[in-house]
Design a protein around this ligand. Structure first.
Ligand code: FE2
Length: 255
């Protein structure tokens, strides 16, 4: 399975605070059946001032640590980027890492504030799409406006946003209202991918297998499986094509 959204890198946001904890979290992901994960630390100007250079450095270092620890997790990188007035400037300064590509557009994992959908979000989405940036909205089912009224997310979908829901929402880890909204979005076929949004081993572990299993009761096994394999891989394949050796060169005889 491919986890599009998780907080795996140590000491960069509210994910693991130490290298040991990050390695334990990665090992949990592998035990859950995750083969590929995209580390998506928060970028939230004023709170988490991360940028793509810093995330790339840490990701490269963590990749080596995973290999040294013998944890077979293929790691990519992006960020979970908060809707914020600074976003346009950060994009102009090329500070924002993208998740991958979709229909010729660069994909941005975009996080709404948990409390509401800010006024002007539709304008921001339209502005991004005009610049060939494809927003993938992180966990809309946990947003309070969406919990109050599911219709509030529909304008963003109609504009062209993709939606990523959290595995733990489908299993009920985030409460009944978020579970209900996750179920509705799955039933509406509005979900592009399921991801863990894992932060730590204790109360935010990577439970993609459980999320896929819960989703299979709503949309069927085949569709649920697509939401954790082929759908996310469609976005991020290019990240991994640089990391993984081509099959033809992997088994060449040594002379
Ligand atoms: Fe997240």
């Amino acid at each position: 399975m491919i986890d599009l959204h998780c907080h795996l890198l140590p000491g960069i946001d509210d994910g693991p605070s130490s290298l040991d904890e990050a390695l334990a979290l990665a090992a949990l992901a592998v035990n859950n059946g995750i083969t590929h994960a995209i580390a998506t630390p928060h970028i939230h100007p004023g709170r988490w001032n991360n940028d793509r250079y810093q995330i790339a450095r840490l990701c490269n270092r963590f990749r080596l640590r995973l290999a040294y620890a013998g944890i077979p997790l293929t790691l990519g990188m992006a960020a979970e980027v908060r809707v914020d007035s600074e976003l346009i400037h950060w994009l102009a300064q090329d500070k924002i890492p993208f998740l991958g590509h979709f229909n010729g557009k660069r994909v941005l994992l975009l996080e709404l504030p948990h409390s509401h959908i800010p006024l002007g979000t539709e304008n921001l989405i339209a502005w991004l799409l005009q610049r060939n940036i494809q927003p993938l909205i992180a966990h809309p089912e946990r947003n309070k406006d969406v919990i109050r009224r599911i219709d509030s997310i529909l304008p963003l979908v109609q504009l062209g946003c993709l939606l990523q829901i959290t595995a733990g929402s489908i299993t009920g880890h985030f409460g009944k209202p978020a579970q209900h909204r996750a179920r509705q979005l799955l039933e509406m076929d509005a979900v592009f991918a399921i991801a863990t949004d894992a932060h730590n081993c204790r109360n935010r572990p990577p439970i993609l297998a459980q999320g896929c299993d819960a989703a299979s009761h709503i949309v069927g096994h085949e569709r649920a499986h697509q939401l954790v394999t082929t759908q996310p891989m469609q976005l991020v394949a290019r990240q991994f094509s640089f990391l993984e050796k081509p099959a033809s060169s992997a088994h060449q005889p040594q002379h």
